[in-house]
Design a protein around this ligand. Structure first.
Ligand SMILES: Nc1nc2c(c(=O)[nH]1)N[C@@H](CN(C=O)c1ccc(C(=O)N[C@@H](CCC(=O)O)C(=O)O)cc1)CN2
Length: 301
């Protein structure tokens, strides 16, 4: 790979390492002052290989951050009742401050019912309707990890949130996990925000107007060089497995090789947003534990 690609690359892995180290320091302080170790329960249902990797990485990072983490593995054929009983148990366990259920769930389990059942104050994924509502209302809340990771990357890149003010951010994708909450976070950072999606007409022209372009659509290498304004900052949320020369390879929603020639900064895949998603889960677990200890409203990260 040429040096040119490294010049404008935003290193998500290095940022995630710093964030986890910072969380570890705060966890150590909490342990000393409050005699509490934040506890994270990670629930996985079934055998999806990618989900297993992500859950394994979450447990590993939780150890590094000094959190108590417990993995709950349920079989592919578990019932909605069994899963809900586990969630109820974790909701009532004072040693568990954060609960997450790895998505997607196998069919026919209902993700919406499970998410609503998780106590909002332990919802470290920020998916509970109460946390979604708080985010939209501009109140502090537990915020979904991937959008939070994107915002932290942008803050670091621009040396603070103030520099985001007035910038035109275009978000490609309108998922509940990434596109919609990220648009809310960027609005609160005073960006002018556009969301584009599969039904948007002339998507390229809109994308070319972006100062900050975020691709979160799950389409391998969709965004090409001619979609990007020279000097724009590009955040690639996509993680797509493709076959290239007979080998499996991970690529984003952005064609990194061509777009990195025009973007002023760009996140790679792998090594960009993904590691920040997991680091933000550690931050959310610490925030959730603090809220539960202090009986306070959510903390602004
Ligand atoms: N309950 C949740 N489920 C899912 C979420 C989520 O935030 N909460 N997001 C995604 C999966 N995800 C986290 O769970 C996730 C995906 C990818 C990565 C990551 O670090 N990717 C690496 C590459 C990994 C590889 O080699 O396969 C990278 O980008 O460098 C972290 C987290 C859906 N489900």
């Amino acid at each position: 790979m040429s040096d040119r690609y490294h010049e404008n690359r935003i290193d998500g892995k290095a940022m995630a390492d710093r964030l986890v180290a910072d969380v570890a320091k705060q966890v150590a302080t909490l342990k000393q002052t409050e005699h509490v170790i934040p506890g994270l329960a990670v629930v996985i249902v079934g055998d999806d290989p990618a989900s297993k990797v992500y859950v394994g990485n979450k447990i590993k990072r939780a150890k590094e951050a000094g959190l108590n983490s417990i993995k709950y593995e349920l079989p592919e054929n578990c019932t909605q009742d069994e899963l809900e009983q586990l969630i109820e148990r974790l909701n009532n366990d004072a040693d568990v401050h954060g609960i997450l259920v790895q998505l997607p769930l196998p069919k026919p389990l209902s993700e919406a019912r499970v998410i609503e059942l998780i106590s909002a104050e332990k919802d470290v994924d920020g998916f509970h309707p109460q946390n979604v509502g708080r985010l939209v209302a501009g109140q502090h809340s537990l915020v979904p990890c991937t959008p939070l990771g994107c915002l932290i990357m942008l803050r670091e890149h621009f040396h603070g949130e103030a520099a985001l003010s007035g910038k035109h951010a275009v978000v490609i994708g309108r998922s509940n996990i990434v596109g919609k909450p990220l648009a809310q976070l960027l609005l609160q950072a005073n960006c002018t925000v556009s969301i584009v999606h599969s039904r948007t007409r002339d998507i390229e022209t809109l994308c070319r107007q972006a100062d900050i372009l975020i691709a979160a659509v799950g389409r391998p290498q969709l965004v090409e060089k001619n979609w990007v304004k020279p000097g724009a900052v590009v955040i690639d949320v996509g993680i797509n497995a493709i076959e290239s020369d007979g080998a499996r390879k991970l690529v984003g929603d952005v064609d990194f090789a061509s777009v990195s020639q025009v973007a002023s900064a760009i996140t790679p895949v792998p090594g960009g947003v993904g590691p920040m998603t997991i680091a933000c889960l550690m931050q959310n677990t610490l925030n959730a534990a603090r809220m539960q200890i202090q009986h306070s409203d959510p903390i602004r990260t």
